[in-house]
Design a protein around this ligand. Structure first.
Ligand SMILES: *[C@@H]1O[C@H](CO)[C@@H](O)[C@H](O)[C@H]1NC(C)=O
Ligand SMILES: *[C@@H]1O[C@H](CO)[C@@H](O)[C@H](O)[C@H]1NC(C)=O
Ligand SMILES: *[C@@H]1O[C@H](CO)[C@@H](O)[C@H](O)[C@H]1NC(C)=O
Ligand SMILES: *[C@@H]1O[C@H](CO)[C@@H](O)[C@H](O)[C@H]1NC(C)=O
Ligand SMILES: *[C@@H]1O[C@H](CO)[C@@H](O)[C@H](O)[C@H]1NC(C)=O
Ligand SMILES: *[C@@H]1O[C@H](CO)[C@@H](O)[C@H](O)[C@H]1NC(C)=O
Length: 358
């Protein structure tokens, strides 16, 4: 899949004395500061994925209407629901959904440092990832909340056959263990973070925190550190990270019962905020923490319900397992192109180049 020059050294030299650094990853991409929004694709369509009452703006619309912008004072990226427009019956409210232009394959870690996450009645935010041909290729939800719940949840969604057992994780709040999109109306295999500072007003009051997602051949893990608990391995902004120093993850899906290489393809990382829809707007879910009617009583009107419906992100950093490059370009050539065909194409180019010189 990758050119030989990008293969891990250990793979090319299987008998060489390569140091055992199984959990060390090197930074390959950083989304931060004034360039935060440069390498993302904005959805540019109404929410036809989860039936939320929003239009996800294009990049140019989102940037010009300041639903996505970099705060020049803090250098943090803001992504928010429109809270300054009046929405009338039958219309949707503007919001954003953006995903990385490139994808990240197994052997990646992504670390998101956030100061604020969206919350409020009708609000359904997520920091997550999936492969383009969902449910094939899987989905990893690192952070998700709805309405006024007090804790964030995390989980996987896959094709049938992926379940979770034998987790080495700190959370005991297991909601479901079958990751198949066909099970229990695509609930996924969900774990709730026991730390109330993982969501809502408590997250912001604590100064936010850092979410770490490890997508490894041995399994998928999520750590959440509230601001005061962010370990030095992360605050140092080192260009490498050893996940074995982070302690037991809050959520873990070991490959022993769900092979991450089998059920997961390279992932696009995604931020989105929708309103109501299949999860936040489900009558029983909505009634658990809010009252009224999701669309009528919240989406409609002047938008004053959405002053807390924003992500404030200091950085997203992505790492590849030491000695590898897990970045998969969106425009990557199909893996099945025969070498002979490439040879023909190259010699045709060479002929064209020679012709141009004549
Ligand atoms: C959503 O809308 C886009 C743009 O029209 C379209 O390409 C896509 O197939 C739609 N997706 C679904 C799930 O309907
Ligand atoms: C998951 O389980 C926790 C603990 O039992 C519970 O508080 C939470 O509401 C559950 N979440 C969902 C989405 O069912
Ligand atoms: C890490 O990076 C952040 C933002 O880029 C910066 O505010 C902070 O001072 C850096 N920390 C160190 C120890 O360099
Ligand atoms: C669980 O993870 C921790 C942290 O990585 C590790 O020290 C410990 O050995 C693991 N426990 C098991 C039973 O695998
Ligand atoms: C927005 O609408 C709410 C609810 O109707 C109302 O309480 C509030 O005063 C309005 N705000 C503005 C700025 O008009
Ligand atoms: C919208 O919300 C943001 C973030 O809380 C706030 O700074 C801004 O004043 C709000 N806009 C309006 C029109 O209320």
């Amino acid at each position: 899949m990758f050119p030989a020059s990008l293969l891990p050294l250990a793979f090319l030299l299987p008998f060489a004395a390569v140091p055992v650094t199984a959990d060390t990853y090197d930074m390959v991409m950083e989304y931060a500061g004034q360039n935060f929004f440069d390498d993302w694709t904005f959805y540019n369509n109404f929410d036809n994925l989860t039936n939320g009452d929003v239009v996800f703006l294009s990049a140019s619309e989102a940037l010009s209407s300041r639903l996505a912008f970099v705060d020049t004072t803090t250098n943090n990226a803001i992504m928010q629901v429109d809270n300054s427009s009046t929405v009338v019956y039958n219309d949707k409210r503007n919001s954003v959904r953006l995903q990385t232009n490139v994808r990240y394959g197994v052997g990646s870690v992504w670390i998101a440092d956030m100061l604020h996450v969206p919350y409020g009645c009708s609000v359904w935010p997520a920091w997550w990832s999936n492969a383009p041909d969902w449910p094939t290729g899987g989905e990893i939800d690192t952070f998700e909340g709805v309405n006024m719940v007090t804790n964030s949840q995390m989980g996987l969604h896959t094709l049938a056959g992926c379940t979770v057992t034998g987790q080495n994780q700190s959370s005991t709040l297991l909601n479901s263990t079958d990751c198949s999109y066909l099970d229990n109306s695509n609930q996924g295999c969900i774990t709730t973070d026991p730390d109330p500072a993982s969501y809502g007003a408590a997250f912001a009051a604590a100064g936010g925190g850092v979410f770490v997602t490890e997508f490894a051949t041995t399994g998928i893990s999520v750590w959440f550190f509230s601001r005061a608990d962010v370990p030095a391995a992360i605050t140092a902004n080192s260009s490498s990270i050893d996940t074995s120093t982070l302690g037991v993850p809050v959520g873990n899906w070991p490959s022993t019962s769900c092979s991450s290489s089998e059920f997961f393809e390279p992932q696009n990382l995604i931020f989105d905020i929708t309103l109501c829809g299949d999860f936040a707007g489900a009558t029983t879910v909505f009634a658990e923490t809010c009252s009224g009617v999701c669309y009528n009583d919240f989406v409609l009107g002047n938008g004053s319900n959405y002053d807390t419906a924003y992500f404030e992100v200091a950085s997203v950093r992505v790492f590849s397992k030491e000695g590898t490059n897990t970045i998969v370009q969106a425009s990557a050539a199909p893996r099945t192109v025969p070498a002979a065909a490439l040879g023909v194409a190259l010699s045709t180019l060479a002929v064209a180049a020679v012709a141009a010189l004549l």
